[in-house]
Ligand binder design. Structure first.
Ligand code: SF4
Length: 740
C-alpha cells in the first residue's frame, strides 16, 4: 500500500508522518509512522498520532451549515444562504456599532494555521480590530518581557547545550522541541551534560533528570530569585556579554533588587534543600551552553509574568544567547511570538500583547452595557466555551452576543451556542501548515497536501473566507481576471502581476490572502496553500541571507517564486532558511538597540513579591488543572475512544493524601473549587506532592453519547490571573477533595 505524507496535528512540533489510507471509501488513516524525510522530526513520532483516525472520524462531525432557530434548535441551510446571512448580520453590526465591536477568536493552532491567515481578509472587510487566541492565556507574559528585554522571545538549542533547564514543563509529554524524547535521553545519558527540571511533580522528564527541583507549587519566583542571587554573589555573570549588549549599566539595579531577599526565606518558601539549589546555581554558572524553556506550569501560575522576567534574567546574566547550545531567535514566516503591547482592550483596558485580548478579559468585554462592548463574534477552529477559564461565565457571555458565528469541523461546545455554524473540512481534507517554525539553524516549512476531498457539504476555511469576502463586496471578477491570465503564464508572471496590481491597490491588498487563493493556479491537493506565497514574498525581503544559505537566491520576487515551487514539490517539508548565530543577534532588536535587565514595573512587582494566598481551610489542596499526559491533547479529537489510557482522566493525588482521605485508585471523589464541584475518579500517584492534585487537559467534552471526564475550566476562575497580561492561574486552583 502507498504511504502518503502528512504531519501530526497534536502539538506544535507537527512531526512529519507517513500514512496509509484504507477502510470505507479509503477515507481512514489505517497505518501511521514517522516520516524519515521530514526535515525537523526525521522519523520521530510519539505515541499520540497513531490513533489520529479518531480525529478524522470524530463523533459529532458537522455536515451542513446550520442556523439556530428561536427555540435554540438548529436547522440546516444551504451554503448560499449561510454565507449571505452571516455576511449581512456581521456587516449590520459593523455599520451600526463599528467593526471594533466584532471580535475574532481562534484561527487555528498546532498544525492548523491557514484559517488564521485567510481570516485576515474577512476581518479587514468587517473592520474588526480585536482578536485573541489560546496564546493569550499562556504565552503573552513571556512574549512581553522578551520583547522589552531583548526585542523578541527566544527559543533554546537543547541539542547542543551542556545544561538544559525545563521550568514548569514536562517535554516528555508536552514536547515543544524537535524529537523531544531523543534529545532528553541524550542529555540525560551524557555525564558531561546536566538536565534540570523545575516542577512540583515527579514528571516523566524529572525521572530522567540529573537535578529535579520539586518545589512547592507556585513558588517558582522565589527559586528564580535564589538562583539569580547566587549567580550574582559568585559573580558568575557574563560581563562581556552585558557590555556588548549595553546592559551592564543596569546590573546594579538587579543586584539591589536581589539583595532585598534573604536566601533562607526564598528556600523556605520553595521547600527546597539549600545544597540542591546551590548545586543548580553552580551548574548553571559553569555551563558552557545553557538552554532553558519555560511553559505552562509557570505561565499559568502565580507571578507568571514575573517568573518569565526572572527566567530571562537568568538567560541574560549568564550570556546564554546567540551561541550554540543557548538561546536564539529563529527566522519565521509569521511572527507568532510578537510581544509588543501598543493597545488596550476597549472596555476593561486590558493590555494587548501581540494584539491579543487576554482570554480572561473576554467575558468582561461582552457582559457589560459599555457602548464599545463586543456584540458579535467570529470563532474559528477554536472552542472557547470549553478552553477558557470559567466556562460557565464564558458561555453566558457567548450566549449574550447579538451574533455568534462558528467555523469548525465538529459541533463543539462553542458551536452549540452559535447563531450560525459553518462546517469546515478537517485538517486532512485540505492543505495545511504550521507557523510554529522554530528550528535552528535549519528552519523548515511544511505544506502538507490534503489526503482526502472535503466531506460533502463542508468547505475548507480558505473557501469560506473567500465566499464571505465576496459576499461583503470585497472582490469582483474584473479584479481577478488579469491575475488569472498572468497565472496561466507561470508563477513569475503571476508574481509580477501581484506586484503591479494587488500591492498598490488598497482594496485588493486588504483581501490579498483571498486574492491569492482565488487566482493562483494550484492543484486541488495544495490549493489552500496559496496564501503562503505572500508570506514567502515577505520573508524574501526580511531574511535574504538566511534564505540564500538555504539556496534561495535572486531578487525578492525570484526568491518567493523559488520558495513556493519548492514548497509544492516537497511532500515532506522543506528547509527554507539556514540561520547563522550572528543572524539571531541581529534579530534581537529593542527600541534603543540595547538589552534591558531592569524593567521598572517588574522590579516594583518583585520588590513586593506577593506571597501565595493563605491556605483556605475550605480548600486545602492546590489543583493543577490541565496536565499533559500520554493520551491528552487539545480538544480537536472529538472521540473519547482515541485515548488508549485514562479515557476518563483521573485526578492524581499523593498516596499519603489518599490514605488520609481513605480513598484508593479508581474510587470516585468530589472535587470542589470556588467555582464548581465535580465527581472524578482518583489515581493515587507518587508523582504528586502532598497537597497537590492534578487533572488532565482536553477532557470533559460533551459528545453525542454524553460528557466524558472533567472539563478543567468548569473549575477555574477568570479573576485568578496575572496582573500584567491576564494569563490565568490554572496550575494553582484552591480545591477540596472529599469522598463521594
Ligand atoms: S511530538 Fe507532537 S507532533 Fe510529534 S508525534 Fe507527538 S504529539 Fe505529534
Amino acid at each position: 500500500m502507498e504511504w502518503k505524507k502528512t504531519a501530526c496535528i497534536l502539538c506544535e512540533c507537527n512531526c512529519g508522518l507517513e500514512v496509509q489510507l484504507g477502510g470505507e471509501g479509503d477515507r481512514h488513516l489505517v497505518k501511521l509512522r514517522g516520516d524519515k524525510a521530514h526535515p525537523s522530526s526525521q522519523g520521530y513520532a510519539c505515541e499520540k498520532p497513531h490513533r489520529l483516525d479518531h480525529y478524522q472520524h470524530g463523533t459529532d462531525r458537522l455536515t451542513s451549515p446550520l442556523r439556530r432557530r428561536a427555540d435554540g434548535t438548529f436547522e440546516e441551510i444551504s451554503w448560499d444562504v449561510a454565507i449571505r446571512e452571516v455576511a449581512q448580520k456581521l456587516a449590520a453590526v459593523r455599520d451600526t456599532h463599528g467593526g471594533e465591536t466584532i471580535f475574532y477568536y481562534g484561527g487555528g493552532g498546532q498544525g492548523n494555521h491557514l484559517p488564521g491567515a485567510y481570516s485576515g481578509a474577512t476581518r479587514r472587510m468587517l473592520k474588526m480590530r480585536y482578536r485573541s487566541s489560546a496564546l493569550a492565556q499562556e504565552k503573552t507574559g513571556e512574549f512581553w518581557v522578551g520583547w522589552r528585554m531583548m526585542g523578541s522571545t527566544t527559543r533554546a538549542d537543547f541539542e547542543h547545550c551542556d545544561v538544559g533547564l525545563f521550568l514548569g514543563k514536562n517535554p516528555w509529554f508536552s514536547h515543544s522541541i524537535p524529537r523531544a524524547r531523543v534529545t532528553l535521553k541524550e542529555i540525560s545519558a551524557d555525564p558531561a551534560r546536566t538536565l534540570i527540571v523545575v516542577d512540583p511533580r515527579r514528571t516523566e522528564t524529572a525521572e530522567i533528570a540529573d537535578i529535579h527541583l520539586a518545589l512547592k507549587p507556585g513558588t517558582d519566583a522565589w527559586l528564580l530569585v535564589a538562583l539569580v542571587k547566587l549567580l550574582l554573589e559568585e559573580d558568575a555573570i557574563d560581563h562581556a556579554f552585558l557590555v556588548a549588549h549595553g546592559a551592564e549599566g543596569e546590573l546594579p539595579e538587579i543586584r539591589a533588587a536581589m539583595a532585598a531577599f534573604s536566601l533562607a526565606d526564598c528556600l523556605a518558601r520553595t521547600g527546597l534543600d539549600e545544597a540542591l539549589v546551590r548545586r543548580t546555581a553552580t551548574v548553571i554558572a559553569k555551563a558552557k551552553a545553557f538552554a532553558s524553556f519555560e511553559d505552562l506550569g509557570v505561565q499559568m501560575n502565580h507571578h507568571s509574568t514575573l517568573v518569565s522576567y526572572l527566567h530571562r534574567l537568568l538567560i541574560l546574566l549568564t550570556g546564554s544567547f546567540g551561541k550554540p547550545g543557548t538561546h536564539f531567535i529563529p527566522s519565521v514566516l509569521v511572527n507568532v511570538m510578537d510581544g509588543e503591547a501598543k493597545r488596550t482592550s476597549p472596555v476593561v483596558g486590558a493590555r494587548l500583547v501581540g494584539g491579543l485580548v487576554p482570554c480572561n478579559s473576554i467575558a468582561d468585554e461582552i457582559l457589560t452595557d459599555h457602548p464599545k462592548r463586543y456584540r458579535a463574534m467570529l470563532v474559528e477552529a477554536s472552542n472557547p466555551a470549553h478552553s477558557l477559564a470559567d466556562s460557565i461565565r464564558i458561555r453566558e457571555a457567548l450566549s449574550s452576543l447579538e451574533c455568534l458565528v462558528v467555523i469548525d469541523v465538529a459541533m463543539t461546545e462553542t458551536a452549540r451556542l452559535a447563531h450560525y455554524v459553518l462546517p469546515a473540512a478537517t485538517q486532512f481534507e485540505k492543505a495545511e501548515a504550521t507557523f510554529f517554525n522554530f528550528d535552528f539553524p535549519h528552519n523548515y516549512f511544511h505544506l502538507r497536501k490534503r489526503l482526502f476531498a472535503p466531506l460533502a457539504n463542508t468547505l475548507p476555511e480558505a473557501e469560506i473566507h473567500a465566499r464571505l469576502v465576496e459576499a461583503l463586496g470585497g472582490l469582483d471578477e474584473a479584479d481577478l481576471a488579469p491575475l488569472r491570465e498572468a497565472a496561466k503564464l507561470g508563477l513569475t508572471a503571476y508574481a509580477q502581476a501581484v506586484l503591479m496590481r494587488v500591492l498598490p491597490n488598497p482594496k485588493l491588498s486588504a483581501v490579498a490572502p483571498v486574492v491569492l487563493y482565488r487566482t493562483i493556479d494550484l492543484p486541488e491537493e495544495s490549493r489552500d496553500g496559496a496564501v503562503v506565497f505572500g508570506l514567502f514574498a515577505k520573508a524574501a525581503m526580511e531574511n535574504p541571507e538566511a534564505l540564500a544559505r538555504a539556496g534561495f537566491t535572486g531578487t525578492p520576487l525570484e526568491v518567493a517564486v523559488k520558495l513556493f515551487e519548492t514548497m509544492l514539490a516537497s511532500d515532506s517539508g522543506m528547509v527554507f532558511a539556514i540561520d547563522d548565530w550572528s543572524d539571531t543577534v541581529k534579530r534581537a532588536k529593542t527600541s534603543d538597540a540595547k538589552f534591558h535587565l531592569a524593567l521598572p514595573d517588574l522590579l516594583e512587582e518583585l520588590a513586593k513579591l506577593p506571597g501565595l494566598p493563605a491556605q483556605d481551610v475550605g480548600f486545602p489542596f492546590v489543583l493543577s488543572a490541565g496536565e499533559r499526559r500520554s493520551f491528552t491533547a487539545n480538544t480537536i479529537i472529538r472521540d473519547p475512544e482515541w485515548r488508549k489510557k485514562g479515557a476518563e482522566g483521573a485526578l492524581r493525588i499523593n498516596p499519603e493524601d489518599a490514605a488520609a482521605l481513605g480513598v484508593v485508585t479508581g474510587e470516585t471523589v468530589r472535587l470542589t473549587t470556588r467555582r464548581d464541584a465535580v465527581l472524578v475518579a482518583i489515581e493515587v500517584s507518587a508523582s504528586m506532592q502532598r497537597g497537590h492534585i492534578s487533572l488532565p487537559n482536553g477532557l470533559g467534552l460533551t459528545y453525542p453519547s454524553g460528557k466524558r471526564g472533567v472539563a478543567p475550566n468548569d473549575l477555574t476562575s477568570t479573576s485568578d490571573r496575572d496582573p500584567f497580561v491576564g494569563t490565568p492561574w490554572h496550575k494553582h486552583v484552591p480545591a477540596r477533595v472529599e469522598r463521594a
